[in-house]
Design a protein around this ligand. Structure first.
Ligand code: ADP
Length: 139
C-alpha cells in the first residue's frame, strides 16, 4: 500500500453512541479521502491478533474484550503524510491529554475507550488495512 495511506477504526463505544458520521466528517474536513470503509465486528481472537503487539501490557485483556464487544467502523484513508497527520487528528491516547480539535478530545470516553485507532507507521498501516480489506476493496 502507498505510504500516503493510513488505517483507522472507529471503536465500539463511539459507534454505539452514534458518533461515526461526525468522526468521518472530521476526517474528511481534515483533508483525508476515504479509500475504503466498512462496519464489522472483531471476534475476540481477531482483536487479540490485531493488538498482539500489546500482549505483555497490563491492559491487553481489557483491550481485547472491549474491541470485540461491538461493531466498529474500519477505514483506509488517503492524504499526503497520512500516518502522522492522522495521529495528530486523533490526539493523545488519554482524552484528558488530547488537544482541542482532535477526535479523542471531542468523542473519547477514557484512555481505553478512546473513540478511534490510527496506525503508528506506514508498515502497520499496510498490515492493518490488509487485515480488514481485500486487494480489490483498496483501489
Ligand atoms: P494509541 O492508540 O494512542 O496509539 P497505544 O498504541 O499505546 O495507543 O495503545 C493501543 C490502545 O490500547 C489505545 O488506543 C487504548 O485503547 C488502549 N490503551 C492504551 N493504554 C491503556 C491503558 N493504560 N489502559 C487501558 N487501555 C489502554
Amino acid at each position: 500500500m502507498a505510504t500516503n495511506r493510513t488505517f483507522t477504526m472507529i471503536k465500539p463505544e463511539a459507534v454505539e453512541k452514534g458518533f461515526s458520521g461526525k468522526i468521518l466528517d472530521m476526517i474528511t474536513e481534515a483533508g483525508f479521502k476515504i479509500v475504503a470503509l466498512k462496519k464489522t465486528q472483531l471476534s475476540k481472537a481477531e482483536a487479540g491478533t490485531f493488538y498482539e503487539v500489546h500482549s505483555e501490557r497490563p491492559f491487553y485483556g481489557e483491550l481485547v474484550d472491549y474491541m470485540s464487544a461491538g461493531p466498529i467502523m474500519a477505514a483506509v484513508l488517503e492524504k499526503d503524510n497520512a500516518v502522522a497527520d492522522f495521529r495528530t487528528l486523533i490526539g493523545a491516547t488519554d482524552p484528558s491529554e488530547a488537544a482541542e480539535g482532535t477526535i479523542r478530545k471531542a468523542y473519547a470516553e477514557s484512555k481505553g475507550k478512546n473513540a478511534a485507532h490510527g496506525s503508528d507507521s506506514d508498515e502497520n498501516a499496510s498490515i492493518e488495512a490488509n487485515f480488514f480489506f481485500t486487494g480489490r476493496e483498496l483501489i
